[in-house]
Ligand binder design. Sequence first.
Ligand code: ADP
Ligand code: TRP
Length: 325
Amino acid sequence: MLRAMRILTGLQPSGKLHVGNYFGAIEPAVRLQEQGEAFYFIADYHAMTSSQDPAALRENVRDLAVDFLACGLDPERAVFFRQSAVPEVNELAWILSTVCPMSLLAKCHSYKDKTSQGIAPHHALFAYPVLMAADILLYDSNQVPVGKDQKQHLEVTRDLAVKLNETFGEGTVVLPEPIIREDTAVIVGLDGRKMSKSYANTLPIFGEEKPLKKLLMKIPTDSTPVEAPKPTGDSTILALYKLFASGADYQTMVADHELGGVGYGDFKKRLADAYWDFFASMRERRLEVLANPGYVERVLAEGAERARGEAAKVLDRVRHAVGLR
Ligand code: ADP
Ligand code: TRP
């Protein structure tokens, strides 16, 4: 029987979701769940490569689960689970590592970047792409939507899949296709650079109203007087407003920049209102999720069961192919 297109992606639990994560990863994933059989997981094993803090890991996993559900992940459609709830992925990672040349991993940017930042180069950081390949291949994934930063990891995954099939027989694993979000705009942070945790310039998607407004009010602006026209070229306020406002409201704000007579404080207030409205329904959904004790655990447990069922079939096929059975 022909099965639906399987779309898989993983997100690392690494702190509060910000607006860049929302438009760059969450929203595209929520849209894609309509187009196939989605497998979305919280990459908790991967998170351990950059932080070893058990309490933070637990909290981040839970936060990501709650927030992803609040943003529209539909557990009726998507299989939603924690990576570590399917420990079989480690066995596949081991099998893949037996066909993985050291040189393939040594040239990976993420490893080079992290070690150049002074992070001690432990084995898991080096082997990170092998585990990621196992994540993908364990579910016979067809499509893997990721940001540009993950492109090389997808190339490694495909290399390993081809190698495994050459070594142990065609059809041992399914060759996945990357869907690289090349066209996703880079969302700017409060200081005008790319929004990123590492720049401490993020705008959380779920925060308290007052501190959020304060955050937005601190967006740096030039000293153009209220009456004068204001530059629209690389305005952080406009770039953010465009994400949240209707086309017409955005055009009005552009016109108000060009005409003059409106101050930056006013523009920031409009930005804060548009932001607040944009996430209103998700904020409400989040409260519902939080008010329902056990809901998140139940969703993740059901997701894990479905994921394990799929993983068992694939792993059985691989074990036979390589001679472990
Ligand atoms: P951070 O840069 O804050 O550490 P992550 O690397 O954890 O963010 O982001 C996870 C995913 O969210 C990325 O793969 C990318 O798709 C998306 N993302 C993060 N920041 C942005 C941004 N500023 N613009 C667009 N997408 C982003
Ligand atoms: N490495 C990815 C990231 O940091 C997360 C991830 C882990 C992933 N396993 C995956 C993404 C498998 C896609 C498929 O964003």
